[in-house]
Write a protein that binds this ligand. Structure first.
Ligand code: PGA
Length: 247
């Protein structure tokens, strides 16, 4: 059966708790889970919940493999604004994931094309992503696949939209310093994941969620493609779900 399953919960905390317990459950069922991870504000409470679950001894990451969706281009992984630094701080350094099992796009190398090709190969070589976690941009992007990205796209260098750069400028001193490019898994890559869970909270995501679910399936709204996936779930808070059925 295709079509997104939708869960609407009270608030961002409930979204994080539900998503964390789903991840913990999948790892307990398959300790070698290949887990696709996302960054951004929405994911912060999720990683907090995962750290807590780990501390309580409810989950063991020692055999889990991870692949992050994207990384800024031209930023060193040690830079405090890199997604790698975010992940180290929020999850990787706080749980028993093994360094060798962490996969990340390196956005600071000249051979970025090779980095992207190798990432695709690595995903294939471990049997594909079992569970991919996604956020959504206000323009409906998933990872850094901005509106207009092909549904067949693979991991590649992408240009960030002005809206995305503005949304992300809160982490940089000024808009000028926000990178213009990133490396990102493609929509085709993401759609090959066996299971996908998209998280959204807050009113500012309501329009993107509404267009993804109630509107046409179109690459103008990249997240709408998830309706073609056979196992995709949106976990939303009431605010993010507040524009449903407004067409
Ligand atoms: P956010 O980003 O969680 O910071 O809102 C989500 C995204 O752009 O995918």
């Amino acid at each position: 059966m295709r079509g997104v399953k939708i869960l609407i919960l009270k608030d961002a905390e409930a979204v994080a708790k539900k998503s964390a317990s789903l991840i913990v459950e999948r790892i307990n069922k398959n300790p070698k889970l290949v887990l696709g991870l996302a960054t951004g504000e929405t994911m912060l409470p999720l990683y907090e919940e995962l750290r807590r679950a780990y501390k309580r001894g409810e989950v063991n990451f020692s055999e889990v493999k991870t692949f992050n969706l994207d990384e800024y281009f031209g930023i060193n992984s040690d830079d405090k604004n890199s997604y790698r630094s975010y992940m180290d701080k929020e999850l990787f350094n706080k749980v028993n994931l093994r360094k060798k099992n962490i996969n990340f796009l390196d956005g600071d190398v000249k051979e970025y094309k090779k980095v992207c090709i190798d990432y695709e190969k690595k995903i294939k070589s471990v049997g594909g992503i079992d569970l991919q976690i996604l956020g959504i941009g206000r323009n409906g992007h998933i990872a850094f696949n901005e509106p207009g990205s092909s549904f067949k796209s693979r991991t590649r260098k992408v240009r960030l939209s002005e809206r995305t750069r503005r949304d992300n400028s809160k982490y940089f001193f000024s808009l000028r310093r926000v990178p213009k490019f990133a490396l990102s898994m493609g929509i085709g890559t993401i759609m090959e994941s066996k299971e996908i869970v998209l998280l959204a909270s807050g009113k500012r995501k309501a329009n993107a969620i509404h267009k993804s679910i109630d509107g046409k399936i179109t690459n103008r709204i990249p997240a709408s493609v998830l309706r073609k996936h056979k196992k995709a779930t949106f976990i939303l808070d009431r605010a993010a779900a507040s524009d449903f059925n407004k067409i």
